[in-house]
Design a protein around this ligand. Structure first.
Ligand SMILES: [Fe+2]
Ligand SMILES: [Fe+2]
Length: 205
């Protein structure tokens, strides 16, 4: 039997999820601005890309609150004050937050929703948790590269690097300090497979 939505814990969890996603979106947007100020454009784009996904998660949860429209929903929740200018700290904090969402928060919200008979809402929590796991791995990937000072260095002398500004591909163990085509700084370069849409090259038309 389904619990009355307005008396459910799921209603509160949806509002917590909406608040959490809205804040992740804003934290990543601000991290992107910080990265941009440091000319770390690959990291900036990655934060922006992820911020946009969080925005859409927020929208999904917000729309699921339509039956409570007009109400004020009081919630108690913990949110991280990840105020850093250091990109390593920002990446580590983001990975940690995503892990908490994936492994603790959303599984619990999904369990409660299922228990209260909100199967579809439970499924949304479960599916969004899976996305947060992808986010965690994305942040960890860049956090690890940065920690090892490998963001712009590879053991492979045939590594392909793409300039995110003009699309120039450079082959070598490091991308150029300055792009030979459009003159932007090294921070615009990412490994080619990390650049959006590049795997189209290997897909059949
Ligand atoms: Fe999210
Ligand atoms: Fe996320």
């Amino acid at each position: 039997m389904q619990t009355n939505f307005n008396e459910s814990r799921t209603k509160l969890n949806l509002m917590r999820a909406f608040a959490g996603e809205s804040q992740s979106r804003m934290r990543y947007y601000l991290a992107a601005v910080t990265a941009q100020q440091q000319f770390m454009v690959g990291i900036e784009r990655m934060f922006r890309f992820t911020a946009e996904q969080e925005e859409h998660h927020a929208k999904v949860f917000f729309e699921l609150l339509k039956d409570a429209a007009g109400e004020e929903i009081p919630i108690k929740a913990d949110f991280p004050a990840d105020v850093y200018t250091d990109l390593q700290q920002l990446l580590d904090a983001a990975a940690k937050g995503e892990d908490k969402e994936f492994s603790e928060i959303y599984p619990e919200f999904a369990r409660v929703a299922a228990e209260e008979g909100f199967t579809d809402i439970g499924e949304k929590f479960r599916m969004i948790a899976e996305i947060e796991d992808k986010h965690k791995h994305r942040f960890q990937y860049y956090a690890d590269l940065m920690r090892k000072d490998m963001l712009f260095r590879s053991d492979d002398t045939e590594e392909k690097w793409m300039c995110l500004n003009c699309g120039h591909i450079h082959t070598g163990s490091e991308p150029p300090q300055q792009c030979p085509v459009c003159a932007v700084k090294q921070g615009f370069y990412v490994r080619e497979p990390e650049a959006p849409f590049t795997s189209c090259n290997i897909m059949k038309a």
